[in-house]
Design a protein. Structure first.
Length: 498
């Protein structure tokens, strides 16, 4: 299903097909909460002023069991209530609690077999779809256009032919806004597309945004804000996440080392006003809460993905997940909790980005890691206690790829796609796929597609989903048709197989 948002179209009209689609009860409830929060709070809903309250109030109204304070592996006051309030847990190797096929969108294809069919994959021949090699960190979809966070920013019209030059456009963000700007994260809030400036030793805290109701190629459609004007130490981010009311910048590193200074922006307020922004230093309540890259929102909680930690000999692997309860004050220590994934699996660290499938939150390992990191995917059951080790599970994909690390993850309603990303040619890797209706820790639930053997290359980079196609930010953009069916018998033939 493709969602196409025309300039000026209200977001509730855009999302109406989602609300009317025949989803399972659990997915319907998740959509209702997230969509309802956005419609109630986001300033982007048809360009209207945001109502007071925000996503946290809408998504968390049925669950007041917030953590009483920050703690590790056993946060005080954690009653085990996730977004649904169900305190069930899944340990490593336990079957996925979903019944097979229970959350498949009507008309969805068979699990992983269709992805092995090369005819479902294509690479654009257009020069417009050529990206700076290994320099695209972030993909965003606004209901019609797919944006690749690249210098320059590249945009594809998903209603137009993939291989046509006319379907692609570019904006020279460095030439028009800031000569040193390079994005490291992208998101859409319902009206604006945000790009977060790449962390650097120059302590830059630049964020830019594009008004999707205005011409893409016009500098007047874009705005820039320097977060260091809020606080000089607010710099060095890696990714961003949106909860329906606020955009959160994920703290990573700057000239002083790993950073725990997170910043958020109220999308109902003027973008360039310092009063629209607030910050909080996570290290004031947990000294190791720093060095994150990527964020995930599950309808109530925001999770920061751990990557780097300060070590005795420089930087080291970080496995300390930080979680924020969006129904609670942003700058209060009691609103935050932490869990050390290495207490479940010593290989569960050094992640970069994540995904949410309606129940489980997934943490994606980065290619920059040295052994034993880089191949272990971790996930949390959001219906179980955050602080309980039994709520977490891991799976190591070493048998599916010879390389290490992925460019991110994309969820198509049933499957999760993890494209390999490693600049080393010797580690050219496949796209690893997990069927979320199957047990997480079972090898049969996983498969790998060798896109290099299809002539598309490996290392496909950061993925993004438009409701039908998954796009990969390879140096020449690649996409996969998720509605592609597995090859069948020729027309007129039938048979039974044993």
């Amino acid at each position: 299903m493709r969602l196409e948002r025309q300039p000026g179209q209200r977001l509730d009209g855009l999302l109406r097909p989602l609300k009317s689609r025949r989803w399972s009860p659990r997915i319907s409830a998740t959509l209702a909460g997230v969509v309802g929060a956005c419609l109630a709070a986001a300033s982007a809903c048809g360009g209207q002023t945001a109502a007071d309250g925000g996503a946290g109030d809408a998504a968390g109204a049925a669950d007041d069991g917030a953590d009483a304070g920050w703690s590790e592996t056993g946060s005080e006051g954690d009653d085990g209530s996730g977004p649904s309030g169900d305190a069930t847990a899944e340990g490593d190797g336990a079957p996925n609690a979903l019944d097979a096929g229970s959350d498949v969108v009507e008309g969805a294809d068979a699990p992983n077999d269709a992805a092995q069919d090369a005819s479902g994959w294509e690479q654009t021949a257009s020069d417009g779809g050529a990206l700076s090699e290994y320099d695209t960190d972030g993909v965003a979809f606004d209901g019609r256009y797919m944006y690749f966070a690249n210098p320059p920013v590249v945009r594809f019209d998903t209603t137009s032919p993939f291989g046509s030059d006319a379907s692609w456009s570019r904006f020279d963000v460095q030439g028009q806004l800031d000569p040193n700007f390079s994005p490291a994260g992208a998101l859409f809030d319902g009206r604006y597309v945000y790009l977060v400036g790449r962390f650097s030793s120059s302590d830059r805290g630049i964020v830019v945004r594009f008004d999707t109701t205005m011409p893409f190629g016009s500098a007047a459609s874009w705005q820039k804000f320097d977060v260091t004007t809020v606080n000089g130490a607010d710099a060095g981010f890696c990714g961003a996440v949106f909860d329906g009311k606020y955009v959160y910048l994920v703290p990573y590193q700057n000239a002083n080392g790993v950073s725990g200074r997170t910043v958020r922006y109220d999308v109902s307020s003027p973008f360039t006003a310092t009063t629209s922004w607030s910050d909080f230093d996570l290290t004031t309540v947990q000294p190791r809460a720093a060095g994150y890259c990527g964020g995930i929102f599950d309808g109530r909680y925001i999770y920061y993905v751990p990557k780097l930690a300060a070590g005795d000999a420089g930087l080291a692997a970080n496995g300390l997940v930080a979680r924020y309860d969006t129904t609670q004050p942003f700058a209060a220590a009691a609103s935050w909790a932490a869990f050390d994934l290495t207490s479940v699996d010593p290989r569960a660290a050094f992640f970069q980005s994540g995904a949410f499938d309606g129940r489980y939150v997934y943490f994606v390992p980065t290619s920059e890691a040295d052994a034993p990191y880089g191949r272990t995917i971790a996930r949390l059951d959001t219906q179980a206690a955050f602080s309980d080790p039994g709520s977490w599970s891991t799976f190591t994909v070493g048998g599916l790829t010879s390389g290490a690390g992925f460019g991110g993850a994309a969820f198509d309603g049933r499957r999760l796609f993890f494209p390999a990303w490693n600049p080393a040619p010797a580690q050219d890797g496949p796209v690893v796929i997990f069927d979320t209706t199957a047990p997480f820790a079972t090898a049969a639930s996983w498969s790998a597609v060798d896109t290099a053997a299809m002539g598309l290359g490996g290392n496909l980079g950061t993925p993004g989903f438009d409701g039908r196609y998954i796009y990969f930010s390879a140096p020449q953009v690649v996409r996969f048709d998720t509605q592609r069916q597995p090859p069948g018998l020729p027309a007129g033939y039938s048979g039974s197989f044993f």
